[in-house]
Ligand binder design. Structure first.
Ligand SMILES: Cc1ncc(COP(=O)(O)O)c(C=O)c1O
Length: 375
């Protein structure tokens, strides 16, 4: 039996017929640049996230960049972010000319540690980027409190958390702005690339729209140096068709997570602990093992796909050697996570038989190896 890490084909099957119909209609209209589907999707996704404004963009990295730039964050400014994230979070800070200050994460959810954020604030700090990693909402209340106390902006990186919520508030609706990725493997994935910025602030939304289109304010006139951050009409068609299925998919992911939790409970393997006050959408399901690489090999030999999110902590990435950055405090939780985490298959359409195969293979491995994680 084959069990991929994610099954991309399965997420497109339910919308296939409508997709072809919509593509056909677009061929007739040929409104390909920020067309009716992009405009409608902006409304629909902003409203899904319970935010006032939404700007459809080219990808999640550009969405982070647009938010930072729109708040005027740049050279000489510091932005606090977790080291345990996809490298794009850190890249966006460097792209606007600011200095990333990388801090550690909380052990239960591997999201940014508010105490570490508090310790890292200096006079140069301008923003905090909490990342709702793997679909686990970050601990937003203390982060917002620190930000309000010091006059900082909060930009949520919600690339992995479409539909997640924290104390009843949707990821993407709690900070001063938020970024989403619609990379095709995400809980809401495009047919390639896509991104989104949400914000309650109309001026920030307007600035992001300007940046998206070369700073163009009217025909031939460019008010600022912008970019091409446009979303394709075809991506918006796919996203609009998939959005109504997002909640069901997230619910199924939660059932898969529950299955793993129950069936792997009596092993030495450790799993993350979703916050009780939050709704985690399990973009990725990592387990922890001291024998991570051997376990990965064992599962691969049984046709089970796995992934590592992430192997090298951002603060150790060679690319940073040439750029100003700061590491604040002890990052031991991040470093242990990078040594021990293994992502196992997680997608809404995974069958009970496939789940049985994955857990049986993990159990057969743990019976023969000590997988205890280091204290
Ligand atoms: C946490 C996080 N931030 C940012 C990004 C960047 O998004 P994109 O790949 O759409 O540029 C990703 C994408 O994987 C991500 O996982």
């Amino acid at each position: 039996m084959q069990v991929p890490l994610v099954d991309l084909r399965a997420s497109l099957q339910p919308i296939k017929e409508e997709l072809f119909r919509e593509f056909d209609a677009t061929l007739d209209g040929m409104q390909l640049r920020l067309g009716p589907n992009v405009q409608a999707f902006e409304q629909e996704f902003a409203s899904y996230c319970h935010t006032e404004h939404g700007v459809a963009l080219s990808n999640g990295t550009d969405a982070l960049y647009a938010a930072l730039h729109a708040f005027g964050i740049g050279a000489g400014d510091e932005v606090i972010a977790p080291s345990h994230t996809f490298f794009a979070t850190i890249e966006a800070i460097i792209h606007v000319g600011a200095v990333p200050v990388m801090v550690d994460v909380e052990p239960g959810t591997l999201t940014i540690d508010p105490d570490a954020v508090q310790d890292a604030v200096t006079n140069a700090t301008k923003a905090i980027i909490p990342v709702h990693l793997y679909g686990h909402p970050a601990n937003m209340d203390p982060i917002m409190e620190i930000a309000r106390h010091h006059g900082l902006r909060v930009i949520e990186d919600a690339a992995q958390a479409h539909g997640a919520h924290y104390k009843g508030r949707y990821c993407g609706s709690m900070g001063d702005a938020a970024s989403f990725s619609f990379y095709f493997t995400k809980n809401l994935g495009a047919f390639g690339e896509g991104g989104f910025m949400t914000t309650p602030d109309p001026d920030i939304a307007a600035k992001a729209r300007l940046l998206r289109e070369h700073g163009q304010v009217s025909a031939f006139e460019h008010a600022l140096i912008g970019h091409n951050f446009r979303m394709d009409e075809l991506q918006a068609i796919v996203l609009r068709l998939k959005l109504p299925n997002l909640d069901r998919g997230n619910q199924q992911r939660r059932q898969v997570a529950e299955y793993y939790r129950q069936h792997l409970a009596n092993t030495e393997l450790e799993m993350l602990e979703p916050r009780e006050d939050s709704y985690c959408v399990h973009h990725v399901f990592p387990i922890r093992s001291r024998s991570r690489d051997a376990l990965r090999q064992h599962l691969g030999a049984s046709n089970i796909g796995t992934g590592i999110h992430y192997k090298i902590p951002c603060h150790c990435q060679p690319a940073l050697k040439k750029h100003a950055h700061r590491i604040d405090g002890d990052l031991s939780v991040t470093e242990a996570a990078c040594r021990e985490l293994l992502s196992i298959p997680m997608y809404p359409e995974i069958t009970e038989a496939q789940l049985g195969h994955v857990t049986a293979q993990i159990l057969s491995f743990t019976q023969n190896h000590s997988t205890t994680v280091q204290a």
